[in-house]
Design a protein around this ligand. Structure first.
Ligand SMILES: [Zn+2]
Length: 384
């Protein structure tokens, strides 16, 4: 059983991030792990994070949905967690996958405000409605995970909606995310690395973090500050531009990925390139035979997405997402093309990649549970 739980925690690890382009909601880990009513189990359990992520995935009708978790530092030594769970959370903290804070305070709402994300919380935040007007104006921006028949479901605090609703990045958020930032604290997992980190930057945690993936700084008295270390951040120059692309297979959005100006991304059955997007696990036999290991390469150049076929069999472009065969433009091996705003590239019938906001799930959706490896005990749900 212990082995299975480790596998679940590994799966959950792939669903926490502090990347502003990929996070789809923000939550406070200390709160979520204590939702004892969703499984009737121990006072605190990290598996509840997986259940809430699954619920979000169901609501957004997408697989591989990621959440931005803020974590009170006390949680790293919380005796209600197992030693294994504490170790896992510490690893996430060291890798910058979660944001560890001495005092989370309003940080969860600040992140939601800067990034335009929904908040998954049972807290009502009545005293903060002046500072964050969207708490009242946008029903669904804060939804509470509560027990449901097939796992947690969401209910809104304000208004009748219950699906989590994303807003827009605030003007301050856009400004902060146009720059890259440097924390003076050595080995800062959130704002270290990516050049300019000093002679030992390579040894520091988070050294391989792309500046395009840095979280939003915290604003303290108008000064960009490291939320972890409370230190004033240095401006490291403009942040590389990014575009979020999504992979849709058989009508379901399977994952998103970030394309930045810094480096191209290859997608295919099993790309050899670092950072490649592997599709093999979602393909049937015919698709697997057709699609090359590395099939298409994406580059972001002066704001345009360039797609180049690097396969043996070629691909096609579906302009404006048209599923009409007559509209499909063939993309021969080695041929390149600018991907129009609503275009998607089709590697094989039903295997498509395009801009995430233009590529909704178009089929009845059954998400792959992050809890797939969970022992049945952990999945026992109370009957209402
Ligand atoms: Zn720092």
């Amino acid at each position: 059983m212990r082995f299975e739980i480790s596998k679940v925690l590994d799966a959950i690890e792939g669903r926490v991030c502090t990347d502003p382009s990929l996070a789809r909601a923000v939550l406070d880990l200390a709160e979520v792990i204590r939702y004892q009513d969703i499984d009737g189990g121990r006072p605190a359990s990290l598996l509840r994070l997986g259940m809430v992520i699954d619920a979000l995935s169901r609501e957004l009708e997408e697989d591989s949905v990621q959440v931005y978790a803020v974590v009170h530092r006390a949680l790293l030594s919380d005796a209600d967690l197992t030693s294994n769970e504490r170790m896992v959370v510490r690893r996430w903290a060291d890798d910058g996958l979660v944001e560890v804070l001495d005092n989370p305070g309003d940080r969860m709402l600040e992140v939601a405000d800067l990034l335009g994300l929904p908040v998954l919380s049972r807290v009502r935040f009545d005293g903060l409605r002046g500072r964050f007007p969207w708490l009242v104006e946008q029903p669904g921006r804060v939804v509470a995970p509560v027990p449901g028949a097939g796992g947690p479901v969401f209910i809104a605090h304000v208004g009748g909606g219950h699906a989590p609703v994303a807003g827009k990045r605030s003007p301050t958020g856009m400004k902060l995310l146009a720059r890259q930032w440097r924390c003076p604290e050595s080995g800062c997992a959130l704002f270290g690395g990516g050049g300019g980190g000093g002679a030992f930057a390579d040894l520091a945690g988070g050294a391989d973090r792309s500046p395009a993936a840095q979280p939003p700084p915290s604003l303290r008295n108008g000064v960009p500050t490291c939320p972890r270390h409370g230190a004033r951040l240095g401006d490291g120059g403009p942040r590389p531009r990014t575009e979020v692309l999504a992979v849709r297979v058989g009508g379901l959005v399977r994952r998103r990925f970030v394309l930045s100006e810094e480096q191209p991304v290859v997608a295919g059955r099993a790309p050899e390139q670092e950072g490649g997007i592997m599709l093999g696990q979602w393909l049937n036999d015919e698709a697997r035979r057709w699609i090359s290991r590395g099939h298409v390469r994406f580059e972001l150049r002066v704001g345009e997405v360039i797609v180049t076929d690097v396969s043996t069999n070629g691909s096609g472009i579906r302009p404006a997402g048209s599923m009409n065969e007559a509209d499909r433009i063939p993309l021969a091996p080695q041929q390149s093309r600018v991907l129009g705003e609503n275009d998607m590239v089709e590697l094989y019938p039903g295997v498509q990649i395009g801009r995430a906001e233009e590529l909704p799930t178009g089929a009845p959706f059954t998400p792959t549970s992050v809890m797939a490896e969970a022992p049945t005990m952990a999945m026992r749900l109370p009957r209402p």
